[in-house]
Design a protein around this ligand. Structure first.
Ligand code: SF4
Length: 55
């Protein structure tokens, strides 16, 4: 469980080691949002680049 809760970064990916767990928030001070295509044209083309597996 992460002690830090960044209320400015909402996140539902509770499989991530940085997820706050008790609430749907990230525990990092900042995240990097990335795109998967040269020109992002949809929500699905973007993601959290700071995600890391829990274990
Ligand atoms: S690093 Fe990204 S995926 Fe992981 S909890 Fe934070 S916002 Fe969510």
């Amino acid at each position: 469980m992460q002690n830090n809760i960044n209320s400015s970064i909402g996140c539902t990916v509770d499989e991530c080691k940085y997820h706050a767990k008790t609430v749907q928030k990230c525990s990092l001070d900042e995240i990097q949002v990335v795109k998967h295509t040269t020109n992002a044209t949809s929500k699905e083309a973007t993601d959290c680049g700071s995600f890391e597996r829990e274990h």
